[in-house]
Design a protein around this ligand. Sequence first.
Ligand code: PLP
Length: 421
Amino acid sequence: MDHFQYSGGMLHAEDVSVSEIAAQVGTPFYVYSAATLTRHFQLFSEALSPMPHLVCFAIKSLSNVAVLKLLGQLGAGMDVVSGGEYLRAKAAGVPGDRIVFSGVGKTRDEMRMALTGGIRQFNVESEPELLALSAVATELGTTAPIAIRVNPDVDAKTHEKIATGKSENKFGIPIAKARAAYAQAASLPGIKVVGVDVHIGSQLTDLAPFEAAFTKVRELALQLRADGHQITRLDLGGGLGIPYTRSNEAPPLPVDYGTMVKRVLGDLDVEIEIEPGRLISGNSGLLVSEVIYVKNGEGRDFLILDAAMNDLVRPSMYGAHHDIIPVIEGTPGSPTQPFDVVGPVCETGDTFAKGRDLPLLAAGDLVAFRSAGAYGAVMASEYNTRPLIPEVLVQGDQFAVIRARPTFDEIISRDSIPEWL
Ligand SMILES: *Cc1c(COP(=O)(O)O)cnc(C)c1O
């Protein structure tokens, strides 16, 4: 569910007309709904109750500081995968004891930053990382709380580029080697074991792989306790998928996920951490774009938009589908026609959709890509020297630009010409 709907024939974000935002901000832009973000966070939090839990928003899916502040004020923790994301969480006012640090390649500088600024736990993904963290913590005279990310060798049955829980993936320590890794962790100075971590992939549309992974984590946690470790937290990662089409998809809801988690892990006397990204942010955002030209090709018509693959890369990177809807609602029964929806970038891959049935749109019309809140703005680039597009946050009848469009001067002045040229 989201808070983008037609009212009086015009698409609205909550109570704000999308075309009014376009008139003020210019296209293309991302717009997020505070009510939808809030609702999705709360659905997860309620789904895990009454187990002690912390819902840590995966910042990498949508990292604007205003969004982080909104979620942080609701009590969310944050899952960060870089020093930059850590600083974003802090800039949003999220306390260190609600920030977990994930990722396979944490540098010593990043470890230092988090240990100095405050951190809930590091999710450690390899033995060399464990040794580095021990050294950094010891040097700072402090202790790093850790969970080890185990790779349960479970097939998440999702897109190969976002599956992370198979033994061939780069993530985590193979679960069969976990006991040895925990024994090593317990023997190292500056390290305190607090839990076990797992994250098997993204956009999962079935609970079975989660349940298989969590069942393995359960067995491991019991074994580790028998080995003498204090396992007080289980971090279950993120990955629950969202419907990208309105029609035929029905991925499990947070409440079903929560019921399963409680069934599998409810008796363990642990605090549950989860790291949802997409399910909180995905359907909370639209990408709004204007039609520049309608071009009649050989046997097909192209809708050339002012948004491109550099603004929203998911279709060209993952072959992902986004519903595209007109900002002015088509009247029932009005004709449609198939369009290839493309951007202006000089790549054939700059194609959002092929043969998509849309109303008879013309230059100057606005369209919106649904489900663009996650892995949209954060993956954008300035390819073709196209400025990063603005982000707008709506709450009720008010909206604010939460990241402005840079000027070309700002973009070009970041380059510098060596004096010997
Ligand atoms: C990407 C990622 C997430 C979030 O995944 P979603 O599919 O957006 O929920 C959570 N945890 C880790 C470690 C990740 O890498």
